[in-house]
Design a protein around this ligand. Sequence first.
Ligand SMILES: Cc1cc2nc3c(=O)[nH]c(=O)nc-3n(C[C@H](O)[C@H](O)[C@H](O)COP(=O)(O)O)c2cc1C
Length: 223
Amino acid sequence: MMELWEAMERRHSVRAYEDKALPPEVREELSVFIDQCNRESGLHMQPVWDEPRGFGGMMARYGKFSGVKNYIALVGPKGPKLDELCGYYGEKVVLRAQQMGLNTCWVAMTYSKIKTAFAVGPGEALRLVIAIGYGQTQGVSHRSKAPEEVAQADGPMPEWFRHGVQAALLAPTAMNQQKFRFTLRGDAVSAGAGLGFYSKIDLGIAKYHFELGAGAEQFHWAP
Ligand SMILES: Cc1cc2nc3c(=O)[nH]c(=O)nc-3n(C[C@H](O)[C@H](O)[C@H](O)COP(=O)(O)O)c2cc1C
């Protein structure tokens, strides 16, 4: 399996998929991984296999999606932590899928909610979905802000901090907005979201990338 840093570099959003079913062992591996993430986070993420209706309507065509038959429903307990948790753990699943040779796209808007396809328990909400499958292409690199636009340090920036920021800039964000900020004080890093509808989800995604790039042992998140 490719390394996680390689998966971060290779991942791009893919919206057009091959008409190729995911083999049982691939589904099993992803399901086990998603269950682990759910146990760790308290989320209720669910893989939805062979369900073409979610991306079968006008909305999906408008959003330029085609051939999407599998997706992950990001469901979890309502509350102030839901968005960041969905971002962090959803991106774990995305990078695992990339390591397995699959492609993905985070989707907030252009899909239909098929209520019978997944379970939303009492007190839970569906936040968004991640399309998953074998892409017709591998996608393309997004335009990116420069590290100085999103990062600040109280002294010279250590190498690990730079690597963290570079990894965060590879992360997917809604409408490629990259509104997050990383600030270093001593060995504490604080990460802020900026304003925007999905910016807390973006922040969770970017924080996972930052940890992978910087090395989690190098720093701690500011409380
Ligand atoms: C929270 C979130 C929501 C998104 N929603 C959509 C969407 O509704 N439709 C879509 O086509 N892409 C969506 N995207 C994908 C972004 O447009 C994409 O990640 C961004 O343009 C950066 O490109 P990249 O993922 O190829 O690096 C979403 C991404 C995130 C993180």
